[in-house]
Design a protein around this ligand. Structure first.
Ligand code: SER
Length: 339
């Protein structure tokens, strides 16, 4: 139990959570509370004040956290990713949409009880886009936030809708009530590109072919890539993604012209990634074994995104390009991890 202003992270054991917990632990004076279906790995569990093992769909558990802690920052990372969601769309909707609604309600109630706005960070995705065909994808180039919002996946539809839900809680919550603004949620959202971490391998996503290719090669394992070598979407190294979260959540609200921001760093084809993997691990055994349907999802995502708003409003400035991400972050860290 703590009446000290605290941070709640859901889905804390996932890829983004891993990197975020460590950085928040070292820079924030707030204790960190986590909620995840599975117990956290030892290395990050030690950085957490209280670890709840349970579901974001368990409203009784959320009420208990609400009663016991004074949360004023929520990082709601829990979700079923895009490939996984296509196998159980209704479950994905439950977790990704109802779960997010539960957390927005949680944040609103926390804000009502302590009287301050609750910062709510939400990770959206390039999956919120849906480009109809290859010609359009080529012509579209760097896509802006409000273009091509016609996702083809359940996950993408869930993310796009929850962006709107967050904007509602932030700007229009109970707009017909008498008196001053009732909303207590300060909603901030990033549409992430594919993320590549040296510390973890994703599960259930569709941009996974890049991290999977790198981690397989580093372990001397063969890898069959499920997209064509010319498939192209934007990516970012995990440390830059975590820095972006910290920058957006620290930004002066008055400077934010939007609730939802694109971010990007580099946009390689699978073949360009393969070349860098082979350079680092010359005996890498990589083949292409096309999964047309999964590759089709990647094809519906933009080749790159326009992240001008993030650069102007809160100073997005990723440190790693494709080459330095490999040479200075991925290869040395992953080598050490598997040696
Ligand atoms: N990387 C995620 C996925 O592939 C997209 O947000 O599902």
């Amino acid at each position: 139990m703590s009446r000290q202003p605290s941070i709640l992270i859901t889905g804390a054991g996932g890829e983004i959570g891993h990197g975020l917990i460590d950085r928040l632990f070292h820079m924030s004076d707030r204790p960190i509370i986590t909620l995840d279906l599975n117990p956290l790995e030892k290395a990050i569990a030690g950085q957490v004040r209280k670890e709840f093992v349970g579901s974001i769909l368990d409203t009784q558990l959320l009420e208990r956290i609400n009663a016991e802690y004074e949360v004023d920052q929520v990082f709601h990372l829990a979700a079923l990713l895009s490939t996984r969601s296509e196998f159980s769309p209704a479950l994905a909707h439950k977790v990704n949409v109802e779960g997010t609604l539960n957390l927005l309600e949680f944040a609103q109630k926390e804000g009502e009880s302590h009287g301050r706005d609750v910062l709510f960070f939400y990770p959206s995705s390039i999956a919120a886009y849906g480009l109809p065909d290859d010609v359009t994808k080529k012509q579209a180039g760097r896509v802006k936030e409000d273009e091509f919002n016609q996702p083809t996946t359940m996950y993408g539809a869930n993310k796009l809708y929850c962006e709107h839900l967050g904007r509602y809680y932030d700007r229009h919550f109970r707009q017909l009530s008498a008196g001053p603004k009732l909303g207590k949620v300060d909603f901030r959202c990033i549409r992430f590109p594919g993320l590549i971490s040296a510390a973890t391998v994703p599960s259930g996503g569709t941009s996974d072919y890049v991290p999977e290719m790198i981690h397989a090669a580093a372990q001397g394992q063969p890898y069959a890539c499920f997209v064509r070598s010319d498939a192209r979407i934007p990516f970012m190294a995990m440390p830059d993604a975590v820095t972006a979260i910290l920058m957006l959540t620290a930004a002066n609200k008055a400077k934010l012209t939007r609730c939802v921001y694109n971010i990007g760093a580099f946009a390689p084809s699978a073949g360009e990634v393969e070349s860098l993997v082979r350079k680092a691990f010359p005996v890498a055994n990589i083949v292409y074994k096309l999964d047309e349907k999964r590759a089709g999802i990647v094809d519906s995502w933009p080749a790159d995104v326009d992240d001008t708003a993030a650069r102007v409003d809160w100073g997005l400035n990723p440190q790693f390009d494709l080459r330095t991400a490999f040479d200075e972050y991925l290869v040395p860290t992953i080598r050490k991890r598997y040696s």
